[in-house]
Structures are given as C-alpha cells and as structure tokens.
Design a protein around this ligand. Structure first.
Ligand code: C2E
Ligand code: SIN
Ligand code: SIN
Ligand code: SIN
Ligand code: FE
Ligand code: FE
Length: 385
C-alpha cells in the first residue's frame, strides 16, 4: 500500500469547504509534477508520478495509469494505489471502454452501470463507487492508455465535471512524456535484442550453439561482479560480451568450419575476426555498441602481450576485454568444436592456473576460481543439447 501524503489528508478536511482544488493549487500540482515527470527516464517512476498527480489534482482515493499491451491484447499497470500489477483483458470495464472508443467517462455509481468490471473489487475487497477514465493519446493520435480515478475523497464522494476536465489536462501534459519514455524503453529493448541476435549469428556461422553466447554472457557478469564492478556495469558487459565473435561472420567457411588444425595462413585469416568486429561496431554512437566494439577488438589480447591483434599487455587491455577472454576460453575449452573435443573440467582449471598472469589477468583468474560454483551452475543450466 502506498502511503497517502499528509497534504492529501489536509486536502480532505479542507474539502469539507471545497469539493475541488483552487486554480492556484492545481497550477502548483501541475508545475511540480510535470517538471519531475519530464526528468524521468524510468517507466515505473513516470507511471507513479502520473498517478500521484492525477490523484492530487482531483482528490481521488485511487488513481491508476493503464497502458495497452498490444501483443497480448491486454491493459496493464505496474503501479496503482493500493494494488500491485494488474492485467485486464482489452475492452473490459470503464477503462477498456475509454481505450477502445477514445471517450472519457464520468460515472457516479459504478454498480449501476453495466460496463463496470467488478472483478478487481471482488478480488481486493475494495468498493468502487465513482469513476473517471480518460484516454491518453500519443503524438500520432493513437491511444496508448488511460487514466482511471476511483472514488472522490471528499464527503460528496462523487467526481464532478471539473474533475474530468482536470484529469484530461493531466493526461494531455503527462501523455507526451509517457510516450517518449515508452519509446525510449522500446529502443533500449530493441538494442538488446539486436545485440543478442547478432551474437547468435556470429556463433551459428561457426556451428556453435546459441547457448555459447548465453553462457559467455552469464560468466562475464559473474566475473565482473566478483571483480567488484557495480551491477550496472556488469549488466552492460553481460549484454555486449556475446558479440565478441561477431567478426567471424566475415571468415570463409573453409577456415571457420575446418575440422582439423588451421595452417598458419588460415589462422592469420581467422585472427582478423577481431579487427572485423571492431570495424563493424566502432562507428556507432550508441554506448552499447561502442562497448561491444571494445570487446570484439580485445578479447584475444593476452596479459603478457602475446595476444592479437595489437599485442596489448596488462591493464592496457580494457577490463571488459580481459573478462570476456576468460569467459570465452573457459567456455570454448569445455565445448566440442569442429576441430576439438570438449575438455574435462580438471584440465580446464589446470590451464587457467598455468596461464594466470600469462594469457589471463591474474586477479581475474582468482575471481574465476572463487566463483567456480556459480560458473558451473550456469554451465549446467545452459548446457548444449
Ligand atoms: P574458439 O574455438 O571459440 O576458441 C576460443 C579460444 O579458446 C581460442 O582462441 C583459444 O584461446 C581457446 N581454445 C579453444 N580451444 C583450445 C584448445 O584446444 N587448446 C587451447 N590451449 N586453447 C583453446 P584462439 O586460439 O585465438 O582461436 C580463435 C578462434 O579460431 C577459435 O575460437 C576457433 O574459431 C578458431 N580456431 C583456432 N584454432 C583452430 C583450429 O585448429 N581449427 C579450426 N577449425 N579453428 C580454429
Ligand atoms: C472498471 O470497470 O474499469 C474497473 C473499475 C474498478 O477497478 O473497480
Ligand atoms: C572500466 O571501464 O571499468 C575499466 C577500464 C579498464 O581499466 O580496462
Ligand atoms: C568463441 O567462439 O566464442 C570463441 C572464438 C574466439 O574467441 O575467437
Ligand atoms: Fe574470438
Ligand atoms: Fe566465443
């Protein structure tokens, strides 16, 4: 249950005299909230601020912001006063009506209206009486969701036409911010998906399973946290590490899929997957893709300077490159490849001990050993079939 702000309680007693906000109060609420909403990037926060704004403007007991989930043909809300996430079938209830027709509604007594969907009341034991619903319209005119306010807190207990007008105002001010936050979230989600798919393309060319990229992602996350990086950075690395081999898309099958050992010349060709990946990604202005470019470029560098393509050493190699190197080799050794069988765990650990301070950052090898139970748990969960 969300706490009701004390000034709202004050408003309730004040409302014995007035059933509505004064114009000054309304302006203050709108200015305060629209400034906060405009600075928010997080959808949940925007929905909460919008719900609070609507509730304060019209002195409602509850206010909920509903969004349309087109894929599932449902309405959903992540934030509602006094309730956790709710989903409702598209087209049901007053909200459903507003969202489908674009018409706002002002209902004095929900139970005397056939459109009322009493399911939520039955589930929560709450008694809905007066309801306002106002649709949100996006920049292109399509409906993206709706405000729903329930039960006026004043003794009159019924919403007025001015309340409806005020909530329309709130919807038109906050609706623009809402749409831009939704777009932003969609863009981020799309970027993540593209990155995973691109990583999988790189891997499928070399006939490795999609689970390889998932394991490398999870291993990288565990190593990053174990090294002491903040969660946000570990999550960033988890998203980009699957792209380390994206440059393999440009390596000919004859080399990439050769069942036996590569000749020196073929290996030189193979090494180019690092430069190719880097050049594919480095031009992006997106942080995610620029970070992926670093990992693609540096995942075959070695701590002792004997790696490729540039022969960087020690901390010249970006931390993300050093982490991905361990995640990648740990997984490559434990997996069948066209040119080799999977190694036993004992042999893999022996190699990491030998290569501690040679191929790999010694501190990160220590983290690998410390985090081995978590790493092996991932290996089991994302086993190749
Ligand atoms: P990959 O198979 O995914 O291997 C990634 C890295 O894991 C390798 O980078 C290497 O550091 C380590 N690794 C994998 N298998 C072994 C192994 O049997 N012994 C040891 N000591 N380390 C191993 P590297 O060597 O730079 O190779 C990069 C990529 O080049 C490999 O990715 C693979 O796609 C290809 N490749 C390397 N050697 C051969 C080969 O003999 N035949 C074929 N067909 N491809 C090879
Ligand atoms: C509705 O009919 O839109 C639902 C009202 C409620 O939540 O009780
Ligand atoms: C980081 O970006 O967190 C570390 C950079 C580095 O030293 O490789
Ligand atoms: C992999 O396929 O993940 C490892 C190959 C490489 O890093 O070049
Ligand atoms: Fe590679
Ligand atoms: Fe890989």
């Amino acid at each position: 249950m969300l706490d009701r702000p004390s000034h709202l309680e004050a408003a309730v007693s004040q409302a014995n005299a007035a059933n509505e906000r004064t114009p000054e109060e309304l302006l203050r609420i709108i200015f305060d909230y629209t400034a906060k909403i405009g600075g928010e990037r997080n959808l949940k926060s925007v929905l909460l601020l919008m719900a609070n704004m609507g509730r304060e403007m019209i002195m409602a007991d509850r206010c909920t912001v509903w969004l349309i989930d087109h894929a599932k043909e449902e309405l959903f809300t992540t934030i509602a006063h006094g309730v956790n996430e709710i989903r409702a079938p598209f087209g049901k209830g007053f909200v459903g009506h507003s969202v489908q027709t674009g018409e706002p509604l002002l209902i004095e007594d929900a139970y005397s209206d056939p459109r009322h969907n009493a399911e939520n009341d039955r589930r929560t034991g709450y008694r809905t009486k007066s309801v306002i619903t106002v649709p949100f319209v996006g920049n292109d005119g399509t409906i993206i969701g709706a405000y729903q306010a329930i039960n006026k807190l004043t003794p009159q207990a019924v919403f007025t036409h001015s309340d409806l007008e005020h909530l329309k105002l709130a919807a038109s001010y906050a609706g623009k911010s809402l749409e831009s936050v939704i777009l932003h979230e969609e863009i981020v989600a799309t970027q993540r998906e593209i990155i995973t798919v691109m990583g999988e393309i790189g891997e499928s060319r070399s006939k490795e399973t999609g689970n390889h990229v998932k394991r490398v992602a999870e291993y990288s996350y565990i190593l990053a946290i174990g090294y002491g990086l903040p969660v946000e950075e570990a999550e960033l690395l988890k998203m980009v590490s699957p792209m380390h081999d994206i440059g393999k898309v440009a390596i000919p099958d004859a080399v990439l899929l050769k069942p036996g050992k590569l000749t020196e010349e073929e290996f030189e060709q193979m090494k180019q997957h690092t430069d190719i990946g880097y050049h594919l990604l480095k031009g992006s202005s997106r942080e995610l893709l620029r970070t992926a470019a670093i990992v693609a470029y540096q995942h075959h560098e070695k701590w002792n300077g004997k790696g490729y393509p540039r022969g960087l050493s020690g901390e010249e190699i970006h931390l993300y490159g050093r982490i991905t190197a361990i995640a990648d080799v740990f997984d490559a050794l434990g997996s069948d490849r066209v040119y080799k069988k999977a190694w036993e765990l004992e042999r893999i650990l022996k190699l990491f001990k030998e290569e501690r301070g040679q191929h790999f950052d010694p501190k990160l090898v220590d983290v690998l050993m410390e985090q081995l139970p978590a790493i092996l748990d991932i290996r089991d969960r994302f086993r190749d079939v």
